[in-house]
Design a protein around this ligand. Structure first.
Ligand code: AMP
Length: 208
């Protein structure tokens, strides 16, 4: 199977990042996560990072021009030449339209999960402040990162109030992309609720 550009679409906490990473490693195609790129900018204290942080902490989307500039630059790097696994991008119709001009999308995996299940999931999500590894209290033996042994923390934008806001933003601004990609005949909806290995199997079935 020749896997080229794949988009992981879905609400926050639907497991986009986890499954995009699995697919990226299995097929040797880079994962392009705009959320991770923004967090790197914040960590490095750049002007872009400081600007983005205001929106992220409020659970809002970062303006399209900031995101598109960042993605455009990343896509010029040589490892993206044979395709990318897009995680958390595009999130708005203008982002999708801009991406369509640059690359052809082979498949969009739509991670479907009810809002109530997301709220429950995100309350237990933890991130390592040092290496960025994400995990969940229900899988963790203790609060330490299993990669670098640092104490894992709750992400600022996973706080309950912010999660509800991110869900509202998803429904208003990102969900319309389901129709957008259905019309293009590339959308595959996956039931994202359940055991991680079960969901991984459904994702692979959607890709082949
Ligand atoms: P994520 O890690 O994908 O859940 O993204 C975390 C936050 O970064 C989001 O809640 C947005 O504030 C911001 N963000 C990430 N990707 C995008 C995007 N494609 N467009 C706008 N904002 C984004």
């Amino acid at each position: 199977m020749l896997l080229k550009n794949v988009i992981f679409l879905g609400p926050p906490g639907s497991g986009k990042g986890t499954h995009a990473e699995k697919v990226s490693q299995s097929f040797g195609i880079p994962r392009l996560s705009t959320g991770d790129m923004l967090r790197e900018q914040i960590k490095a204290n750049t002007k872009l990072g400081m600007e983005a942080k205001k929106f992220m902490d409020a659970g809002q989307l970062v303006p399209d021009e900031i995101i598109l500039g960042m993605v455009d630059q990343r896509l010029q790097e040589p490892d993206c030449a044979n395709g990318c696994i897009f995680d958390g991008f595009p999130r708005t119709e203008p982002q999708a339209a801009a991406l369509a001009v640059i690359v052809a999308i082979g498949c969009v995996v739509n991670m479907h999960i009810a809002d109530e299940a997301i709220v429950e999931r995100m309350q237990g999500r933890r991130v390592c402040p040092v290496c960025g590894h994400t995990s969940h209290l229900s899988w963790m033996k203790n609060e330490a990162c299993d990669r670098c042994n640092q104490t894992m923390v709750i992400r600022a934008d996973d706080m309950p109030e912010t999660v509800l806001n991110r869900l509202r933003v998803y429904h208003a601004q990102t969900k319309p992309l389901i129709d957008y990609y259905t019309k293009q005949g590339v959308l595959h909806t996956v039931d994202a609720d359940g055991d991680v290995m079960e969901v991984a199997k459904r994702v692979y079935e959607a890709l082949v």
